[in-house]
Design a protein around this ligand. Structure first.
Ligand code: UDP
Length: 240
């Protein structure tokens, strides 16, 4: 069952259940899309019907960020908890390492996906990374062909939202993989270019605060977090 949070329907799953669903998708012969919306993405979806439809049609919609969890709680439809994209991707890599499943890394600045591949294969022995491509391309065709030729099963698509989700909807079937995951800035994290908040802060739901401390210029983007709580309260009061 999905839970609606201000127009985006989320799968109410634990991190373990999310990974089990992803593994099941790899056994089906069709492309699947997994997305990890945060408050900024919910607000974008409100104004962008194409993006909203891509999120609605996704096979797995995971709540990335404490703002989504609080909003769901305020709406009176609590979710089981956060499933941050980086954690979901990490758990999935742990499961497919040592199997015949192949992973392609798409996105971020030139060199970042390669560095991420190096570090990830060291962290997950037996992980089969079959290709990488940066996210600053103009022409889609060669990228689709690179994924196709790599025979990837899973593709981490890290082009920033909403481009990554729309790109997957437009090109996923042609590129031939079974599971595409929109993962924002995760390759920067995997490559060690951006560090995540200490675990204690993550557990307290303060990852956003750490990110703000590291990149104060994100203040405008992050103002969306309290804003969706106000929206959720408004919707609750109106009985939506
Ligand atoms: N990016 C990209 N191509 C572009 C624009 C952005 O590959 O044309 C990458 C960017 O380098 C970064 C990621 O997309 O690695 C977006 O990161 P951000 O931290 O903004 O995403 P979030 O995790 O907040 O959604």
């Amino acid at each position: 069952m999905r839970i609606d949070v201000l127009g985006v329907s989320f799968d109410n799953v634990t991190p373990d259940e999310a990974v089990q669903r992803a593994l099941a998708m790899l056994e089906e012969n069709r492309p699947h899309l997994a997305v990890t919306p945060n408050p900024e993405m919910i607000q974008r979806a409100e104004k962008d019907p194409e993006f909203s439809k891509v999120l609605a049609d996704a096979d797995l919609v995971l709540p990335d960020g404490i703002g989504v969890i609080y909003a769901a709680k305020i709406l009176g439809r609590p979710l089981k908890g956060r499933v941050p994209g980086v954690d979901f991707a990490s758990a999935l890599m742990g499961k497919i390492a040592g199997t015949d499943k192949r992973l392609f890394l798409l996105g971020a600045k030139p060199g970042v996906a390669e560095e991420a591949a190096k570090r990830l294969t060291a962290r997950y022995p037996g992980l089969n990374i079959c290709g990488t491509h940066d996210g600053y391309f103009q022409d889609d065709a060669p990228v689709v062909e690179a994924i196709r030729a790599s025979k990837a099963d899973v593709v981490f698509v890290c082009l920033g939202f909403p481009r990554q989700e729309k790109w997957i909807a437009a090109h996923g079937a042609e590129a031939g993989a079974k599971l595409y995951i929109g993962l924002g800035g995760s390759l920067d994290v995997f490559a060690g270019k951006v560090d995540r908040a200490p675990e204690k802060m993550q557990k307290l739901g303060l990852e956003w605060l750490y990110r703000l401390y590291k990149e104060p210029s994100r203040i405008g983007r992050m103002a969306k977090l309290p804003l969706i709580l106000v929206q959720a309260l408004g919707a609750r009061v109106k009985g939506k």
